[in-house]
Design a protein around this ligand. Structure first.
Ligand code: PGA
Length: 247
């Protein structure tokens, strides 16, 4: 198993100044470098500010979105190569907000995944079921289908080289977390879908992770870290969460 990963998704929050302040607080912290990898996902326009602040720290940066096209006349889009050029190591693909609000289909998510990986970025593929789908007992099928769409396009090996974040939609930004058992159950199914090639693939849990619930989640055998939204906007809270995975 690789190092655990703690990812902070800042979503569409903050100014350049608040991004600089938050990054500065994280940059001052001395993480136990072997224990966990820490990565933050600022809004695109603040990437270079955050990159410069964190240049001498062990915190990596990533982007929240990427174009599925390599380059060309795609007004408003940002390519994987541009993100790499900005110092990004990771990129989120298939976040439920992009799937549900911005209309990204499984096919588009798979193409973004491929574009990111071809350029040398590590995609964090987000998957998860809605409340209705959970109530209909469709959770495992929904997650498997979201992952299969990417496997169909790039192959299993490539998916196993990425990071997969299980984020139940009903737990994102709601304060309601999946129980450690619920999360582990889905992670078991994901691990099984990846098979032998995915034994050491990093699997994250996301959805209202905070300093009070993180320890129990991170103790689960197939949860290798967290994708943290709201709680990543407060340096103290995010650092506490990171320390829990380091512990
Ligand atoms: P949340 O967001 O921690 O605020 O629930 C998680 C995410 O959307 O990645």
């Amino acid at each position: 198993m690789g190092k655990p990963l703690i990812a902070g998704n800042w979503k569409m929050h903050g100014t350049a100044e608040s991004a600089r302040n938050l990054a500065t607080q994280l940059g001052h912290h001395r993480f136990q470098e072997d224990a966990a990898e820490i990565v933050v996902f600022p809004p695109l326009v603040h990437l270079s500010v955050v990159r410069d602040v964190l240049a001498d720290s062990s915190v990596s940066i990533g982007a929240q979105n990427v174009s599925r096209f390599p380059n060309g006349a795609y007004t408003g889009e940002v390519s994987a190569e541009m993100l790499l050029d900005q110092g990004c190591k990771y990129v989120l693909v298939g976040h439920s907000e992009r799937r549900a609000i911005l209309g990204e289909s499984d096919q588009i998510v798979a193409e973004k995944f491929r574009a990111a990986q071809n350029a040398g970025l590590i995609p964090i593929l987000c998957v998860g079921e809605s409340l209705q789908q959970r109530q209909q007992d469709a959770t495992f099928d929904v997650v498997a289908k979201q992952i299969s769409a990417v496997i169909d396009l790039v192959g299993l090996e490539k998916v196993c080289q990425s990071v997969i974040a299980y984020e139940p939609v009903w737990a994102i930004g709601t304060g309601e977390t999946a129980s450690p058992e619920q999360a582990q159950d889905v992670h078991t199914v994901i691990r099984a879908q990846l098979g032998e090639a995915g034994r050491s693939t990093t699997l994250l849990y996301g959805g209202s992770v905070n300093k009070s619930n993180a320890a129990e989640l991170f103790k689960q055998p197939d949860i290798n870290g967290g994708l943290v939204g709201g709680a990543s906007l407060e340096a103290d809270e995010f650092l506490k969460i990171a320390q829990l995975v380091e512990a």
